[in-house]
Design a protein around this ligand. Sequence first.
Ligand code: ATP
Ligand code: MG
Ligand code: MG
Ligand code: MG
Length: 564
Amino acid sequence: MRQRHALIPTLREIPSDAEAASHKLMIRGGFIRPLAAGVYSYLPLGRKALRKLESIIREEMDRCGAQELLLPALQPAELWQQSGRHSLYGPELVRLRDRHDREFVLGPTHEEVVTALMRDSISSYRDLPMTLYQLQTKFRDERRPRFGLMRGREFLMKDAYSFDMDLGSLDRSYRAMYEAYHRIFTRCGLRFKAVEADAGAIGGEGETHEFMALAAIGEDTVVSCLSCSYAANLEKAEAQPIAGAATAASSAVPACESFPTPGLHTIDQLVGALNVKPEELIKTLVYVADGVPVAVAVRGDHEVNEVKLKQYLQAEAVSLADDDVIARAGGGPAGSIGPVGLSVKLLVDRDAARIASAIAGANKAERHLRFVVPGRDFPLNHTGDFRNVQEQDRCPRCGGELAFSRGIEIGHVFKLGTKYSDKLGLRLPDASGKPSPVIMGCYGIGVSRLLAAIVEQHHDERGIRWPAAVAPFHVHLVPVAAQDREQMKLAESLYERLSLIGVEVLLDDREERAGVKFKDADLIGIPIRIVIGKGAAAGLVEYKERDGDSSAELTADEAVERVM
Ligand code: ATP
Ligand code: MG
Ligand code: MG
Ligand code: MG
């Protein structure tokens, strides 16, 4: 591709609303452009990188015998009513009506559609096992779309669904996907961890793992053991039986009858006080400082939780975001401004500076944390006590020491069981002729999020450093002066030679200053750069890797050889 007529609108300025490095760099590098909150256009460079991911994923899916299909994004609401998720999914589900006033949804995931398809398409257990997958746009009206491609409202997902006749067979299908995911993320050049996870909103009770790309910006917390292979997401780790000191510590927390009481309020206490089922409050900690409830975190149905928490906290207002609860209570001691809620993800940091800057950021953004001043309203000297119950704990498997890190959920594998086949009537006669529900699994990869996660792990202050396997181009040819005939001649001949042997080349044939070209090249981050400058007359070029500092002067032939 020639850069002169390519749509690569690089920017010097950092987009003002971008917080994550991947978000900033992909906009500045001309990979993506926003259209609305959480909705992005992929420009040619972004599309190319995304295609690389797609083909790695296709190869690994095909390799383990999964078959590609393409299901509709537009789905009759009736299917979702049958599965019970039409009401359960909440406001994240995009709902619409057609001209005949029939209700539809835009698929946030495809369990319903694929189960109905299989119900109408197969008739015998002998057709199974079978795994189907697609690469497709998903729609989720996220409460807080952010970090660019990381949490979009329209995003690309690879989703796969397995169909088996018995649990042993499900286990084999699950393992095949689990291993394929390891190969996919390894090929993408990622540092990642597969962690035990919680069942969450998809439902089902079976085994489930999340794949976490390790990165500071990650919204999830990964708990891993320093002595054994145990790794879980925080929700799961907290739900597991704990060995060691923390159990004693948390059971020593005073009971929560006469709230507000200083101390950590555990999930059990809240479940009792709020009169909810444990699954409605997956994760809850309340820290009370000086008689004021300071922080709460809840997962579950937001609207239900808001009402109940308001009562429980004797709060004037409670507002829940995806991963945090903000409470302003009136019940604090005289002179107190009231409680401040913070994301539990900040709590586990035990990092006063981070909490303070989050509040400052929220003030700026005029969110629900408006008018809150750290130190005045929020006792920073108490942050040492913002300790997750787990932090003093030992590994549930071996009793070893635990480490905490941040992760981006890039993939999720899930044993669904018969939840959807039961509801949607996917039953097949078994060996004895008795109809029984097919056992399912589902497996997702956030393809567009994966692209962002790669950039989070592969960049420096100058720009992106694409791993070769997913780079939009392999080689960036940069003639220093495009108006210099000697330089352009050598550049063109290199372009031809490399293209002929299947190397993808971007040729910067723009008549720009050298400084501009080099800055753009650093920003775009193509792994190999070949600069054609004064040495062109003697057939010499400069060969440089984006990942390293050194460069070498080579003949054109040597440069071609080194690329190969
Ligand atoms: P999260 O916890 O981040 O909201 P999820 O658990 O709701 O994700 P799944 O239903 O497991 O997501 O979907 C499969 C995969 O799709 C996720 O592992 C993630 O990589 C990706 N994904 C989910 N939501 C988004 C989104 N809003 N934008 C981009 N990718 C997403
Ligand atoms: Mg989600
Ligand atoms: Mg999740
Ligand atoms: Mg998930």
